[in-house]
Design a binder for this molecule. Structure first.
Ligand SMILES: Cc1ncc(COP(=O)(O)O)c(C=O)c1O
Length: 370
């Protein structure tokens, strides 16, 4: 039996009438960009994320860009982040002319190691950008402590982690701005590209709102040079319909993670720390470590059995060609490099059945001849 890495059909079938209703009412309204549906979604999202404000934007990438533009981060500035993340995290820093400064991960969590951040701070550092990778909050308490002591912004890349918590704090509400993605593989998914920024800082909110619309203060009067970072009303409508179901979906992901943990006992694989105390992991990915240099062979085996799997991410950002000018080299961030060589994510979406999980685990056991 083939098992896809992601299949949204069941999720959408279960709420098809509601989604069709969103489409029909948008069609009739003639209001396709921003407007009341977007504002309603933003209010609901801010409440969900425990922030005062949320703004719907065109993608998670644009959320990161917008947050840093509002902080006036640019040439001569440095932003500290992790090299083990999706490209957009560091790409946005570089696009603004600022310098991404990488800090290695904690191998137990795949997230930036807060113990290494202080050493990377220079007089040019403007912000720290932790990423809540795979649905697990970064260690926000020490990060916020360093940032407040050193006068730095904190931008949470929460693209993969909507609803995750560090203690009682919801991601996106801990730093100055939270950046969300609603790319279809995310826990809250649009039917296309969309994202959001969350904040409780009124000044940042006002600036991001203007920058989202070419820096307009009033129509055709531009206070800043912004861009078009708007969300579609249709996407906001779909996302608003899905938001009340998000926690139940995350629970299903966590149940699925627990089932994999049991099914994979006795294999050499290292299962992810999705149930660590003090953290609420929303399991956007269930990411295994494959020891002994066998990751690519296991991946090929699973692909041959039509089991969806993916390597997030095979090349750490400090050794990407486009960042050669930063002067990093292989060996600089050993934990990130090792993770890039060992990780393999398997299907974990909420509608995945126990039978499908047994199929995935069976193919893995077959690979190890267990
Ligand atoms: C960690 C991280 N940051 C940023 C992004 C960018 O989001 P988007 O694809 O919506 O632009 C993504 C998702 O793709 C992501 O996983």
């Amino acid at each position: 039996m083939a098992v896809p890495l992601l299949d949204l059909r069941n999720q959408h079938d279960a709420m098809a009438d509601e989604l069709r209703g969103v489409f029909e009412s948008t069609l009739r309204s003639g209001r396709f960009i921003l407007g009341p549906v977007v504002e309603k979604f933003e209010a609901d999202l801010a409440a969900y994320c425990s922030t005062r404000h949320a703004l719907g934007v065109s993608s998670g990438t644009d959320a990161l860009l917008l947050a840093m533009m509002a902080m006036e981060i640019g040439p001569g500035d440095e932003v500290i982040t992790t090299p083990f993340t999706f490209f957009a995290t560091a790409g946005c820093i570089a696009r603004l002319g600022a310098k991404p400064v990488f800090v290695d991960i904690d191998p137990a969590t795949f997230n930036i190691d807060p113990r290494l951040i202080e050493k990377a701070i220079t007089p040019r550092t403007k912000a720290i950008m932790p990423v809540h990778l795979f649905g697990l909050s970064a260690e926000m308490r020490p990060i916020m402590e360093i940032a407040s002591r050193r006068g730095l912004w904190v931008i949470e890349d929460a693209a993969q982690a909507i609803g995750a918590r560090d203690g009682d704090a919801v991601v996106g509400s801990i730093g100055d701005v939270g950046c969300l993605s609603f790319y279809p593989s995310k826990n809250l998914s649009a039917m296309g590209d969309a994202g959001a920024v969350t904040t409780t800082d009124a000044a940042l909110h006002a600036r991001m709102k203007m920058l989202r619309l070419h820096g307009e203060e009033t129509k055709y009067h531009h206070t800043y040079v912004g861009g078009n970072f708007r969300i579609d009303a249709l996407q906001a409508g779909f996302l608003g319909a899905k938001l009340p179901r998000l926690d139940a979906w995350a629970e299903r992901r966590r149940e699925n993670a627990g089932r994999y943990d049991k099914l994979l006992v006795g294999t050499p694989l290292v299962t992810p720390a999705w149930n660590a105390p003090g953290k609420h992991h929303v399991v956007n990915q269930y990411t295994l470590r494959v020891p002994g240099g066998k990751r690519d062979a296991l991946r090929q085996h699973l692909v041959s059995k039509q089991i969806g799997c993916e390597v997030y991410y095979p090349v750490p950002l400090h050794v990407q060609k486009c960042f050669a000018y930063l002067g990093y080299k292989a060996g600089d961030f050993p934990h990130s490099e090792r993770a890039a060589a060992e990780v393999l994510s398997v299907p974990i979406y909420p509608e995945l059945t126990a039978g499908q999980q047994e199929e995935v685990a069976g193919a893995i056991r077959e690979f190890y001849q267990l």
